[in-house]
Design a protein around this ligand. Sequence first.
Ligand SMILES: *[C@@H]1O[C@H](CO)[C@@H](O)[C@H](O)[C@H]1NC(C)=O
Ligand SMILES: *[C@@H]1O[C@H](CO)[C@@H](O)[C@H](O)[C@H]1NC(C)=O
Ligand SMILES: [Cu+2]
Length: 249
Amino acid sequence: MFKISAAFATLAALTQVSLVTAHGGVLSYNIAGTTYNGFVPYNTPVGQSSIQREWDTYDPIQDPTDSYMSCNTNGANLGSDQLYATAASGSTVIAYWNNPWPHTIGPIMVYMANCNGDCTDATTSDLEWFKIEEAGLISGDQPTGVWGMGEMVNDNSSWTTSIPSSLAAGDYFIRHELLAIHQSNVPQFYMECAQLKITGSGTASPSSEYLVKFPGAYSMSDPGVDINIYGNSGVTNYTIPGPAVWTGN
Ligand SMILES: *[C@@H]1O[C@H](CO)[C@@H](O)[C@H](O)[C@H]1NC(C)=O
Ligand SMILES: *[C@@H]1O[C@H](CO)[C@@H](O)[C@H](O)[C@H]1NC(C)=O
Ligand SMILES: [Cu+2]
């Protein structure tokens, strides 16, 4: 009996290591100078307290209309023991992925959503998300150029964002999303959400043209989603999916 459970434990450990090397997500943050650990997938959610919504697997979502597109597998469910990071509007948010993040081809996007109340109780697929930052094909052509994701990997597998300084105070999610497109016509979406209590004297909020839902914002027919970059030698543009970036102005 003891031998059998030890063997299972070893198998589970090996499985997790191989998953870690292939995929992953945002594991921690630095928000306005304070470090916050994220949820730990593969561990039981019982007793975990973090600012991040639960997510259960390092694997990507491959269907842009998946019901978990907002905050990853099980992130759409109500959270338990959720914490907040408090930050004034205009603050810096650094997200840290597993390092080195294994993919370099595709855009990075950062969204927020006003929870209009406590984010812990929010159903993330009902929220209206707005994009605060994006980086797609930065230079070169699609198969050989530099992508936002590659810059993230080069920067210690981290991404630094500023919360729009005019954003109205309130409880928000911040949602970091990677779209890996190294596999032809098989998009890989990776997203994690964390709870922010935004303070400050800002009064701005995005108008409806900037607001989207997940699922809803993307479809498989989007040019930047269903894409074979290897057939696009010499193509130096790329259409990042989703709405225009709201800068707060
Ligand atoms: C690099 O990322 C790790 C987390 O993956 C973090 O602990 C460390 O502080 C980062 N180093 C720098 C120089 O940002
Ligand atoms: C690049 O730009 C051209 C011309 O505007 C457009 O037709 C094409 O769809 C774009 N390609 C991508 C991959 O976004
Ligand atoms: Cu992967």
